[in-house]
Design a binder for this molecule. Structure first.
Ligand code: FEO
Length: 405
C-alpha cells in the first residue's frame, strides 16, 4: 500500500523509511533509521526526482504509481548516482520505459557503470544553468561536484523556489511520518544526527559545500528537498548557517573534547583528571572512550568542539588500535582550525604522543599545544603539575567571559 505526503499541491514525497538498516554505507550506525527521499512533480509533464535504496523499493514503486494516478512518467531527474538513491532506477525504467532520464554527462557515465549501456532509452543531458520547462515549473540545474560524489548536481524550481539539494541538507533518522523539519524539534532532537551525517558523509568536502552554498545564495529559497531527512520550509537560514559553519570547519562549541584509549584505566584516569581541572576553570568538556563509542560519533564531536585532547596508551610500539583508527578517520575528513593536545602512556617506551601528533599535526591550521603529558604506566602525584600545565595551556587559548558584577 502506498505511503505518500504532499510537499506542495503538485509535489509529492514518494520515498520510504528504513528502520532495519544497522550500518548505513556499511560504516555508520543508524539507530533511528534513515529515510530515502524521492519526489514526484505533477506538472504538465510529470517528473520523478531520484529513486531510492532497494530496502524501500516496494513501497516506493507503489508510491510512484499512486502519485501518477494513471499518468505516464515523462522525466526521471537523477541528481546523484550513489545506490542509496539510484538502486531502484532500473525498476523505474522497466515500468516506465519511455521516460526521459535527465542528468549530466558524468551521471550518464555512472548509469552505464552500474547498469550497463543501453538501459536508458531516452536521455536529456544537462549542464550548469540549463533549464527544463515542465509547464508551470522551470527547473534549473546546478552542478555540485563532491557533495558528495563527483557527478552530483542539484536543481532549483523557480516557480515554487524549491531547491532539490541531493545529499546536502540531509540527516540520519527515519521521518516517522513527519516530512517537514518544522513538524519536529529539529534543533533540539535532530541536530546531533544531522551533524553526524554531514561530518561523516560530506565533511571532507567543505570547499565544495561552500561552492554550493554560494550558488544557493544567488536564488531565493522557500523550500529545500534533500534526499535524506526532512524537507525544510521554515527557519531555512538557521540550517544553512549550520552548513556554513561545518563547511568552514568552524567549531560550534568553545570547549574541550577529550577522546581516550585506555587498556587498564590508567590513561582514562589521566583524562578524567584533566577534565576535572578544565571544569574547575569553567571550561566545557565532552569525553569519549574510543574503544566504546563509534568513530562517526567522535568525528562529529571533533567538528563541534574547538579544542581536542587525544589520550592514548602505546600499543605494539604505536598508537592504540581504536585511537589510531579514530585519528585517521578525523584526518580523512579534513578537520581544520582546532587547538589540539595529547596525553601519551607507555609502560616501557611511550611513542603514542609523537605518533598521534604526526597524524593530526598534518591537518590544516591546527594549533598543537606542546604540553604533551607523558605517563609511565600510571599518573603519579608528582605529575599532577603536568596535567595542571596542560589545563593551563588549554585555558590560555580560550577567551573567558568577563565576570558579571
Ligand atoms: Fe545519500 Fe551520497 O548518498
Amino acid at each position: 500500500m502506498y505511503c505518500v505526503r504532499n510537499v506542495t499541491d503538485d509535489l509529492l514525497w514518494v520515498g520510504g523509511d528504513d528502520r532495519r538498516l544497522v550500518m548505513f554505507e556499511g560504516v555508520y550506525s543508524v539507530p533511528d533509521g534513515v529515510s530515502y527521499n524521492s519526489y514526484l512533480l505533477l506538472d504538465e509533464k510529470t517528473v520523478l526526482f531520484d529513486t531510492v535504496d532497494h530496502a524501500v523499493e516496494k513501497v516506493f514503486l507503489e508510491n510512484v504509481e499512486h502519485g501518477l494516478g494513471g499518468r505516464s512518467l515523462d522525466y526521471l531527474v537523477i541528481h546523484h548516482m550513489e545506490p542509496d538513491h539510484s538502486a531502484t532506477m532500473k525498476a523505474i525504467l522497466m515500468i516506465y520505459p519511455d521516460v526521459t532520464v535527465v542528468c549530466n554527462k558524468k551521471i550518464q557515465g555512472m548509469i552505464n557503470q552500474f547498469f550497463g549501456e543501453n538501459v536508458v532509452k531516452n536521455y536529456h543531458l544537462v549542464g550548469e544553468g540549463d533549464v527544463l520547462d515542465t509547464g508551470k515549473h522551470k527547473l534549473t540545474f546546478l552542478m555540485a561536484p563532491m557533495v558528495h560524489w563527483p557527478e552530483v548536481m542539484v536543481s532549483y524550481d523557480s516557480a515554487d523556489k524549491i531547491l532539490f539539494s541531493a545529499d546536502a541538507f540531509g540527516t540520519f533518522g527515519a521521518l516517522n511520518g513527519a516530512l517537514f523539519a518544522d513538524e519536529v524539534d529539529f534543533f533540539g532532537d535532530y541536530l546531533g544526527e544531522s551533524r553526524r551525517y554531514y561530518t561523516n558523509i560530506v565533511g571532507k568536502y567543505g570547499t565544495q559545500v561552500q561552492a554550493l552554498l554560494k550558488k544557493a545564495a544567488t536564488v531565493e529559497i522557500d523550500m529545500i528537498c534533500p534526499l535524506h531527512g526532512f524537507v525544510w520550509r521554515r527557519n531555512i537560514g538557521d540550517y544553512i548557517e549550520k552548513y556554513q559553519q561545518w563547511s568552514r570547519y568552524e567549531p560550534e562549541v568553545t570547549g574541550v573534547m577529550i577522546a581516550y584509549a585506555s587498556v587498564y584505566g590508567n590513561t582514562e584516569n589521566a583524562a578524567n583528571i584533566l577534565a576535572c581541572k578544565l571544569r574547575d576553570k569553567g571550561i566545557e568538556t565532552k569525553m569519549f572512550d574510543v574503544s566504546v563509542t563509534a568513530s562517526s560519533e567522535i568525528v562529529a564531536a571533533a567538528f563541534e568542539y574547538s579544542h581536542l585532547v587525544f589520550a592514548s596508551t602505546t600499543y605494539n610500539a604505536g598508537i592504540f588500535i581504536s585511537m589510531d583508527e579514530l585519528l585517521r578517520d578525523i584526518a580523512s575528513h579534513n578537520l581544520q582550525n582546532r587547538t589540539v593536545a595529547f596525553i601519551e602512556n607507555g609502560s616501557w617506551a611511550a611513542t603514542s604522543g609523537k605518533l598521534m601528533c604526526e597524524i593530526i599535526g598534518g591537518l590544516k591550521n591546527m594549533n598543537i599545544l606542546e604540553s604533551t603529558v607523558s605517563i609511565k604506566s600510571s599518573l603519579k602525584e608528582s605529575q599532577l603539575s603536568d596535567i595542571d600545565a596542560l589545563a593551563d595551556a588549554i585555558a590560555a587559548t580560550i577567551p573567558m567571559p568577563l565576570d558579571s558584577e
